[in-house]
Design a protein around this ligand. Structure first.
Ligand SMILES: Cc1cc2nc3c(=O)[nH]c(=O)nc-3n(C[C@H](O)[C@H](O)[C@H](O)COP(=O)(O)OP(=O)(O)OC[C@H]3O[C@@H](n4cnc5c(N)ncnc54)[C@H](O)[C@@H]3O)c2cc1C
Length: 386
């Protein structure tokens, strides 16, 4: 007989909400604790690839999710002079959709399945015996606790599960600006592009996030103080990307800087993904730099994969074992290859353009980059989404 019981989840992000829905769909009672007062997530864009559309299809919300986003036809990689180095169909994400839109639809779906979401509830730790600790000194008991409390997870810290935390030399700042009529391709055959521009150790990536918004991310080294500044140091960025002066001016003028801060990228690896009755998932367990656009994808894959493993195994310990054995290799593959892709930034300019182009000429390399994106997640089937 399948396991069932009560789960307490820390964090109403991608991982926590998908795990909550997965368990509730399989007969569990579920409560999610979210420290924010409201579930209003940030508006910045998430690259949505086939693994993620398959999860949304399995949850029955794919059409609603896609209705709020943008289909991206191609990725154009440019150098600092604005010259195109590579143009790839569907490279790094078929859709770009605002995090706010996705989180609100996941929360609505969770609510319909009977999941209780408690906002303004901050978790401070967990015990492997199944006790969740809250900041008002209350505790909750559960058959299963899920730590989906993001990159700075307090549950992970309270359990001492960290094996390795690598602070990357690079980080970035994300922002959303209004989309103007001139951003829309005049000829529909030109389609919608995601632009990724590289100059020395700085990068600008931008594309539409919805019919009315453009999502932008600027990355640079931690020691690059002008590059990290918010509001942006426009002359500094213009010196690296002279042909992008109009875009930089719009970023400077139209960004809500209250919402933006530069964050340094990290890679996190745990000794194991669970202990006793506590499972850790998403950025809390396996944060990665965002170059392949798969952090949220893995949080969701591992959230649904956990619910499926629990449904399949006769008891919790073997379910958690099965889950980690099944999901961890793909997650670590993406962590490895996102860092390899990101390392392109350290190459001299000439080698950089060769490395960017290599993806087009070496199918094996393209396959490594896109393995997670083309993966069929546990709990999904190919007929529901393509
Ligand atoms: C610059 C940048 C660009 C990115 N671009 C992409 C992309 O294009 N595609 C992609 O797939 N991924 C992308 N990512 C990664 C992605 O945002 C994360 O991997 C993803 O959000 C992880 O989901 P999660 O559910 O594990 O954690 P989160 O989304 O961080 O959610 C954690 C939740 O837990 C809550 N919380 C935290 N602490 C507590 C507590 N103590 N008690 C209660 N609640 C708590 C938080 O408020 C939050 O709601 C990007 C990341 C960065 C930094």
């Amino acid at each position: 007989m399948a396991l069932s019981g009560h789960a307490e989840i820390a964090g109403a992000g991608f991982g926590g909400l998908v795990a909550a829905i997965g368990l509730a769909d399989r007969g569990w009672s579920v409560r999610v604790h979210e420290r924010r007062q409201v579930l209003q997530a940030e508006g910045y864009g998430i690259a949505i690839q086939d693994n993620m559309t398959r999860i949304f299809a399995a949850l029955g919300i794919l059409d609603a999710i896609l209705a709020g986003g943008m289909e991206i036809d191609r990725r154009d990689s440019l150098n600092g002079k604005g010259e195109i180095l590579l143009s790839l169909q569907n490279g790094l994400g078929r859709y770009r959709i605002s995090r706010r839109h996705i989180i609100s639809l996941l929360a609505e779906r969770a609510d319909q399945t009977g999941v209780e979401i408690v906002t303004g509830s901050t978790v401070t730790g967990a015990n492997p015996d199944g006790t969740l600790e809250l900041d008002d000194h209350k505790t909750c008991r559960a058959d299963l606790i899920i730590a989906a409390d993001g990159i700075n997870s307090v549950i992970r810290e309270s359990l001492g599960l960290m094996e390795r935390q690598v602070w990357q030399k690079e980080g970035g700042v994300r922002m959303v600006i209004p989309r103007l009529p001139e951003d829309v391709a005049r000829d529909a055959r030109d389609g919608t592009a995601m632009i990724e521009a590289w100059s020395d150790k700085r990068r600008i990536l931008y594309c539409p996030n919805s019919p009315s918004e453009v999502y932008v991310i600027l990355t640079c080294m931690e020691r690059d103080l002008p590059g990290r500044a918010t509001p942006i140091d426009r002359p500094a960025w213009q010196s690296s990307f002279p042909t992008m002066a109009p875009l930089l001016e719009r970023i400077s003028r139209d960004t809500d800087w209250e919402e933006c801060r530069w964050v340094r990228f990290q890679t996190i690896r745990l000794k194991r993904w669970s202990v006793g009755r506590v499972a850790i998932l998403g950025d809390a367990a396996h944060a990665m730099p965002p170059y392949l656009g798969q952090g949220a994808g893995h949080a969701m894959m591992n959230g649904l994969g956990l619910a499926v493993a629990i449904d399949e195994a006769p008891e919790l310990a073997s379910a958690l074992d099965l889950w980690e054995r099944r999901e961890r290799p793909m997650t670590e593959h993406t962590q490895r290859w996102t860092r390899i892709y990101g390392a392109t930034i350290f190459l001299p300019e000439r080698l950089k353009s060769l490395a960017i182009n290599a993806e087009k000429h070496i199918p094996w390399l393209a396959h490594q980059y896109s393995r997670a994106a083309t993966h069929l997640p546990t709990g999904c089937d190919l007929s529901s989404a393509s």
